[in-house]
Design a protein around this ligand. Sequence first.
Ligand code: PMV
Length: 321
Amino acid sequence: MKISKSAPSNIALIKYMGKVDGLGNKPANASVSYTLEHLRTHVEIERISSANGRDQWQPLQIEGAFPLALKPTGQEKFLNHFGRLKEKWGIKDTYLIKSANNFPSDCGLASSASSFAALTWGAAELFQKTAPQNWGDDLTELSRLSRQGSGSSCRSFFSPWALWRDQGAEPLKFSLRLHHAVIILEKDVKAVSSSEAHKRVLTSPRFQGRIKRAEEKLEVLLSAISQERWKEAHEVIWDEFWDMHELFHTSQSPFRYMTSECREILSWMEKKWKQEKHGPWITLDAGPNIHLLFHNEDLAFAQKYLTEFNRHNVITSWGSP
Ligand code: PMV
């Protein structure tokens, strides 16, 4: 018995950074994201017979996928999550899980969001075949389960907009649609994982007040998005990614994802916004790669904007940049 499933990544505009003590990835603050349907993790889950009864992971070979070399700790986290799902649904068999991303992993493109969403969704669909009573197509429940593996994955079940308050993620009914592009400045695996980042930010003096700042920005942003006040939303989103990165830079063991090239490009973008009083929404995840979101009706502008980055590897939601 075998299943194939894929799930999208998402980019947070108000970030989940810092957890409340305890199990289950409880966020310190609410976050909001846009789902990136074109950046996906594919999983294949197959029942196997294995002498030691242990589930296994292998990279999936599919066309267009980037080679995925999950480190032992990454594999363990992934398989532990699968184990939790099996336990929850009373599944005793052993499985081989293969996975691949159609984009570079672990460098700030939120691959853990798509990976854990695909694994949870795939497992649920597979186990439904063996134990139909255990599975509903209740995305809220799947999102809740997925969150236990990776917090940000809980938002990938809702598209295109998702809001995650502490109770769980939910869809947001905004009519605004966006084009996404990401300028890849670094595709090597990042030195500090986001799990580690969640811990270290708690030691930053700037974490004092972070929850209040994030909650205030969230309210302003939700209102700006719903009424399509583009520039105001840009200002909040810009401020927010800097806020998160400043937490990294000021934690007790400081760390940095921003490279000098990244900072130069950000300065150029800031200047351009000021000159033209228009531009894309700009954000960084836990990595140096620069995410741009353009208004759905701004495709020609987006294409022109990206000609500045011809020398870089750019992935876009509309195909070739
Ligand atoms: O899901 P995690 O534990 O990998 O958290 C990642 C959180 C960020 O991607 C850095 C921000 C976010 O809200 O997605």
